[in-house]
Design a protein around this ligand. Structure first.
Ligand code: UD1
Ligand code: CA
Length: 455
């Protein structure tokens, strides 16, 4: 397979998506359609080119390592390949062509298809499938067992041809020089006035070249996406696959139907994922972790034996081992909790570090704070990190006790082992091992109510 290159057609707008966004940029299983296709293509060749058009710059930015050809006007799939002619002119081997909207295609199927093409000595091969509802697809007109005569587009087909349930997947392998020679003969005299890549098949057949038809054993893999309904259906298949592969590796997923885990997520054995959890991006979760319902985790790391309780949002955060978070906690922007930290309900932590064994159990906002080990952050503690212009840091050293309902007006530092009395507004640094109280003194007027009633 060393002499194989890949061309992915991803320039189209995808009118039926009714979107401002190009079709191949829509996401399933946590990545855009075209990223999934490029990943599959890379399993068979390192030379992958992508034809781009609609929102070309956005597609380019997603995959800086691929090479691109720009099709400014989308005049059909045949035209898209023609545009790549210059880039492929020196290539004498085979060319695998894939549409950008088949995210389920697997490495195994592509490898079997390429082997079929090579062993059969074909000039071109088409991956086909039998489907229940062939509506909209190009139909395969066969010639014998392994060969085909032509492909007829749905819109251009006679009633007789519309009865054929074997469809064109839009996945092909071509002998590259044969392909470009046949492409010069393709005309746009059809219902859409487009240059169809499918016409190449008929042209090669008429020239007496052998064209192979490889029926995919897994028809669902070649499902293309044209509508939002299909997008949701394929997302569901991908999610199911991801859950199944994690379960096979020892992860408990209580309800795979309501669990959303992106393709790149890694999870260790004996971790338990409760219903209605979303885990996105490059998240890595260790073993023996428990994630409870209605929690969303993105681009984070969670250490062994930790628990995230119900209803948490954990984004761009690193959790050590044996941690407990939630319920209803919000951790974000490079927050780091070291081993054994406990964070309770209604606690928001932004861009802060909590040292091992520290606890913040109720109703707090900790932002831009560096907090040491074994601290106790009382209920209702707020780091006042924003002065209206700048974000300022709070430093809390090891073994500090912050009494409930205290405000730490940053920049400020509380030294090792110090105590802050409940209800304090701390504006000045607190030296180690001291007690700071910063609140109005209590006044008690004995009998005040009784006296008022008498008046
Ligand atoms: C195509 C096939 C059809 C097949 C179906 C499978 C043709 C003429 N028809 O139809 O036989 O059953 O796929 O899904 O090829 N593209 C470009 N530039 C263009 C036009 C399209 O890059 O000028 C790209 C699109 O972005 C898309 C792919 O080619 O990724 C397929 O195009 P699409 O318009 O979806 O083709 P279909 O009409 O579905
Ligand atoms: Ca299509």
């Amino acid at each position: 397979m060393s002499d194989l290159r890949v061309l992915i057609l991803a320039a189209g707008k995808g009118t039926r998506m009714k979107s401002r966004k190009a079709k191949v940029l829509h996401q399933v299983g946590g990545a855009s359609l075209v990223e999934h296709v490029v990943a599959a293509a890379r399993s068979v060749s390192s030379l992958v080119s992508v034809v781009i058009g609609h929102q070309a710059e956005t597609v380019r930015a997603l995959m800086p390592e691929a090479s691109f050809v720009e099709q400014e006007e989308q005049l059909g799939t045949g035209h898209a390949v023609m545009i790549a002619r210059e880039q492929l002119s020196s290539h004498k081997g085979d060319l695998l062509v894939l549409p950008g909207d088949v995210p389920l295609i697997s490495n195994e199927t592509l490898k079997a298809f390429i082997a079929f093409h090579t062993q059969g000595g074909y000039s071109a091969s088409v991956m086909t499938a039998d489907v229940d509802d062939p509506h909209g697809y190009g139909r395969i007109v066969r010639r014998g067992d392994n060969e085909l005569k032509s492909i007829v587009e749905h819109r251009d087909a006679t009633p007789e041809i519309l009865k054929i349930s074997e469809i064109n997947s839009s996945i092909y392998v071509f002998n590259t020089p044969d392909l470009f020679e046949a492409l010069t003969k393709v005309r746009n005299e059809n219902s859409q006035s487009e240059y169809y890549l499918t016409d190449v098949i008929g042209i090669l057949g008429a020239q007496g070249r052998k064209v192979g038809a490889f029926k995919s054993p897994r028809a669902d893999e070649i499902l293309g996406i044209n509508t939002r309904k299909e997008l949701a259906a394929i997302d569901r298949i991908m999610r199911r696959r991801k859950c199944e592969s994690l379960m096979a590796e020892g992860v408990t997923i209580v309800d795979p139907d309501s669990t959303f885990i992106d393709a790149a997520v890694q999870i260790g054995p004996d971790t338990v994922i409760h219903p209605s959890v979303q885990i996105h991006g490059k998240t890595i979760i260790a073993e023996d972790v428990t994630i409870h319902s209605f929690t969303r985790i993105a681009n984070s790391r969670i250490g062994a034996r930790s628990t995230v309780l119900d209803g948490c949002v954990v984004v761009d955060t690193t959790l050590g081992e044996d941690i407990s978070v939630g319920p209803f906690a919000h951790l974000r922007m490079n927050t780091k909790l070291e081993d054994g930290v406990k964070v309770g309900n209604f606690v928001e932590i932004k861009k802060s570090t909590l040292g091992s064994g520290t606890k913040s159990m109720h109703l707090a906002y900790l932002g831009d704070a560096t907090i040491g080990k074994k601290c106790n952050i009382g209920a209702g503690t707020i780091t006042c990190n924003y002065d209206g212009i700048n974000k300022n840091p709070t430093v809390i050293e090891d073994e500090v006790f912050i009494g409930s309902d205290s405000q730490l007006i940053a920049p400020v530092k509380v030294g090792k082992g110090a105590y802050v009395g409940a209800g304090s507004s701390i504006t000045d640094d607190v030296p180690p091992e001291s007690l700071a109280i910063a609140r109005g003194r209590q006044i008690v007027k004995e009998g005040w109510v009784r006296d008022r009633k008498k008046k």
